[in-house]
Design a protein around this ligand. Sequence first.
Ligand SMILES: O=C1O[C@H](COP(=O)(O)O)[C@@H](O)[C@H](O)[C@H]1O
Length: 232
Amino acid sequence: MGHQMHSFETAPALAEALADRVAAALSAALSARGEATLAVSGGSTPKAFFEALSTRDIEWPKIKVTLVDERFVPEDNPRSNHLLVKTHLLKNAAAMAQFVPLYRPEATIEEAAITASGIIPGMTGPFDVVILGMGTDGHTASFFPGGDHLAAALDLSLPRRVMTMEAPGAGEARLTLSFSALQDAGLLIVHIEGAEKKSVLDKAISGTDAAEMPIRAVLERAATTPEIYWAP
Ligand SMILES: O=C1O[C@H](COP(=O)(O)O)[C@@H](O)[C@H](O)[C@H]1O
C-alpha cells in the first residue's frame, strides 16, 4: 500500500488547501447521498485547518462530525478534543454541523465506549472523510505504542467500534475509533506539521512494525490510499 504526499511551504497554505479538499469531498458526498460524515483528530496541529474549514460554504446542517479519538474527560476539560473542535471548528458556517461527541458521561470508560459505538456516525459504513494526526511517538488516533488494546484496535477482522485505550504515553485513558472504522474512508488524510514529525514519518515509512509505530498500519494496510498533508 502506498501513500500520496502533499507538501506545502507554510502551515497557513496547508490549512487552506486541506479545507478546500475536505469541503469538496463533503460536498460530493452530500450530492450523492444527501448527508456526509467527517471524523477529525484532536491535538494542536488541526487548529488552523479547523478555522479555515469552518468558513467553507457547504450544507453543514447535513454533515455529521465526530472525533477519531478523545480523552475520557468532559467537554469543559482543557485537554478535551471536543473542546478543541467546539472552539475552532463548530463556528462560522460550521456552527450548524451535527457534532456527535465520543465522550459519554458514563461511570466507566468501558460503558462510554459501548454507548458511543451505538451513537456516533461511521459505525455502519465508511466515513466520507477521516483526518488523522500523528504524534512524535508514531501514534495516530489513540493507537499508542504499548497501548493495552493496541493489537485489537488495529485488527481489521474486528468490527467498527469505539474502543478504550490506556498507554504510558497517552496521559488520560482514551476512547478511540478502531482502525477498521477509519481505514476505508472515502478520503483518508494524515495531517502533520514540522520537521520533527516529517522525520518520524520517514522513519515509519522505512519500517513495518505497527506495534512500534502504529501510524504504519495506516500507511501499509488502509484500504484507502492515505494522503499526507505536510508543512514545515
Ligand atoms: O493525542 C493526540 O495526539 C495526536 C497528535 O496531536 P498533535 O498535538 O501532535 O497534533 C492527535 O492526532 C490525536 O487526535 C490526539 O488525541
